[in-house]
Design a binder for this molecule. Sequence first.
Ligand code: ZN
Length: 316
Amino acid sequence: MHLFHTLLQPVLLYGCEMWGPFITGFSNQNINNFAFENKMLNYNTFPGEKLLTKYLKFTLGVHSKTSNTAVFMELAQYPLYIQLIKLVFKYWLSPDTINKPLLSEALKEDKLIDEKGNKSWFSFIKEILKELNMEQFLNNSNNLNDNLATSLIHDIVSQLKTRFRRKLSSDLNQNDKKLRTYKVFKYIFKTEPYLNCVTNLKHRNSLSRFRTSAHKLEIEVGRYKNIVKEERYCKCCSNNCHIEDEIHFLLKCPIYNSLRSPFITSLKSKFVNLDSLSDEHLFTWLLSSEDKFTSCLLAKFIHEAFTLRESHIYSS
Ligand SMILES: [Zn+2]
């Protein structure tokens, strides 16, 4: 992500202090309600967001249809729109903007356009402050010293980030079939430690695919084929009686016993009480573990089991 933020983001947001307010759909006269949450991660709001989303999916090694909510949560990323707003506000409060005669005159003109009921660059500032209940800063921006300006920008960004995280949580808790498994083990908005500690790229990508349901297990593939959930049977089991969901794949399906046995034995060498956990608890524990040893073993098992599954299905 460091590469994206240092190399691509500055290019995508270059000069956005000027053009940002006009491409965000905000200047459209028909939009009466600013509806900030709906604008975040909306590609019509800011097309650069699409590139960020693609980059996140590329980083995780998941396919393009993977849930955006899961991808942003997995890497704890925020939309570019928040950075765009930050840069616009920095420009508005910069001493250069306030003190340079030409710019301060242009800003006055902009305010006049806004007062006449037309959308202008300044209207964007106004709407954001209104949305965040910070309208009191509208008329005294010239009187803010550097520290107050920095603190105001910090508060704005912090509020926007909180609202974005709230939007993700709400998406997660809605009855989204794509996120039915993810919400079982993902509670906190932070970069998942396995992304740094699992160094084998193939293993790490397999774990990302498994976690975000970007896999080919029947529980997911059956959705696209309109097969009812109760009939998304495991093709690796001899009789059609087990639904192939993530728990079945990870802990139960007998075809992976030869891989699962050393995996569980290694885990037990470090965590002796594993037997006391139910399958559901063991599943949640494994997927939410921040332990390097556990993550590496889990990623290896999932990768090898995915490979075995592919070869079994294509050979039968
Ligand atoms: Zn099975």
